[in-house]
Every structure is written in C-alpha cells, then in structure tokens.
Design a protein. Sequence first.
Length: 397
Amino acid sequence: MFFDKIEAAPADPILGLTEEFRNDTKPNKINLGVGVYKNDAGETPVLKTVKKAEKIILDTEKTKSYLSIPGTPEYGRLVQGLVFGEGDEIVVSKRACTAQAPGGTGALRVGADFLIQQKIANKIWISNPTWVNHFKVFGAAGFETAQYNYYNPTTHGLDFEGMKQSLRQAKAGDVVLLHGCCHNPTGIDPKPEQWEELAKLTAELNLLPFFDFAYQGFGNGVNEDAVGIRTFAKYHKEFLVASSFSKNFGLYNERIGAITVVNADAEQCAKSFSQLKIAIRANYSNPPAHGAKIVETILSNPELRAEWENEVKEMRERIKTMRNLLVTKLKELGVNQDFSFINEQNGMFSFSGLNKEQVNKLKTQFGVYIVGSGRISVAGITTHNIDALCTAIAGVL
C-alpha cells in the first residue's frame, strides 16, 4: 500500500466555511466569508465590458495554439501600465518584466519560486494579520516566514509604529510582503505619507519588497490604489508585484493574474525574465489564454477601458455604501459599540473586531457566516440582507 498512511487535511478556513454555508438549512442564511464581489441582488455578475470583449474575441480568434511561456508581450505591457502608469520610467526603460500567471495566487507562487530558485532570499516577512494562504504559498516554495505588526485592535487601525519596529528586526536581504491596497483582511491601508516612510525605511534596511496587488480599483481608484507601489519605486530599484484580475475584472474562474519583476536596468531585466520563464516552464509550462485576452482587449481599447473603469467605480462605490449603511443601522439598533472605523477601511473586507465566540454565535444562531478572525466580506452585504445582518450582530454583542 502506498497511500494508506495519508490523513485527511483540515478544511481551508474560508473554502471550508463556504461548504458549511451550503449545508446550512436556515432559510435566511448569509455568507460573508468568501472574498467575491456581489451586486445588490446577491449575484456575482459578468461585467458588461467583459461580455463585449468576449464577443470581439469570439469574432476575431483564429487559433487555439499555445501562448508563449510568459503570455503575450502586449499583455505584459498593459499590466505594467496599470501598475506603474502609462509612460512611467520603469516601463519606458524596460526595467520591468511581466509574465502572465494563473491568478494572483499563481503570481505569488511564481515570484516565490523565482526568488528561491535564484537564491535571492529565503525569509519573508508577512503582515499580522494577513490572507491565510500567504503562509502556505511562500512556505511551500521554501521560504521561512516571519510576521510584522500591522493591526491595532484597540484603535481598529494601522499599528504603524509597531510595523516599523517589526521591520527593523528583519535582516538585509529579507523579503517583505506588502498589500498594495485594500489590505486583506483588515481593509486598512497606510496613508500616502506612511507609504513614503515605509519605502525609505525598507530601502535603508535593504529589504526586497513584494507587493500582493489583488484589489486595484476597489479602494480609491485604479490609479489612486497604486500609490504605495509607485512610492516604493522611487526608493527601490528592485521589487516584485503580483497582480490579480479576479476582482476588478470579475474574472474569478478564469484565474488571470501577472507577476512583475522590477530590475535595476534593462540588461538585468532580460536575465531575470529568462529565469522567471524557467520557473514557469517547470510548473505549468504555458498560461491559459481566455482571461488574458479579455484583459488585453479591454485595456487596449480606449472606449472599453473607460467603460471598465466606470464599472470598477460602481463596484467600489457600492461597497462603500454598504460600509456606511452597516455602521448607520447598527447605531440605529442601539448598539453602543462604536463601529465607525468600518467607514475608514478600504476594499472588500472589514476587520469587524468580533471575537471567535461572537463569530460562532453568528453562524449557529443566525446563519451568518464570516471568517473566524472577524473578517467580513462587505462586498457580500446587500440592501436585502443588511437588516438581518445588523440584527444578528447586535444579538451577539
């Protein structure tokens, strides 16, 4: 026997929660665990621009042949324009190399493999708290992981001094993983002046920044949300960016993302790109085409691009409306606890401050499912379920 010693793995904390939700027979259950955008009807829609792009692809596509290992050069160029801005020095000087990746998670793993295989670093500092899969992705690639302070439970805000103090414990050459915007799970981002200070500090400490950029456009705007990365680019000649287009293009099941490696010059960029392609070749060999073609079609067409940015704005503003409504309705129910900090957070998630006991009561008594850390997917709140949600929260406080 070969497999008889294998034991069942514990369920993923988020995907396992979704399975529990499916099996729950309560009539008015609410799932605010999984990070998927929903409109006010509780549906995860296909964007109008995506439908238009798919029609163009269907009408013009001539082959289903393999893409090259990193995807198309045009896709890479367009991704770089999103991250750094069209015409930015990094793009013009060809200091960045970008490869298509299977989602943001795949981008993180390709970047991790690249760093380990090239013996660039073997320790990465990750925020506390963070998306739980970060530890698995980097640990599986061979990284030693450490944590830096990020969240202050007393103020429900950023522990900026603690963050800097933690990072000063890192050794030169270590990697620091940063959420480009809309921090998951807290929804708390550094302010522009704090990004500046962090960029200077990490450069002084000779740390290698690695950005997880999964929610561009869901915080303050497509360009505005790149402020952290663009600030770091002023002080760091080398860093990595893992982009995801699951949320801002609604392409969850297409698994489309990108890994970008920024280098000191174009010559080194070419060398890095050659090794990045080897890391990909030994993993999944070639990327899938459809999701990339959608992104490429939209971003390369000025009309579609403008319409897409408007769709992203609509999603962003709906989430902000739900944040405000959640705070208002809890107050109207007579809840004494101050939840106004929720309005200061960005993106799809809110670190609610609810403890594990309260989270469990929400699930068992009210059929409201959120992650054990207290993270709420605000993008799943609608005008149809918010009253039941607020009543449930008030009932467990």
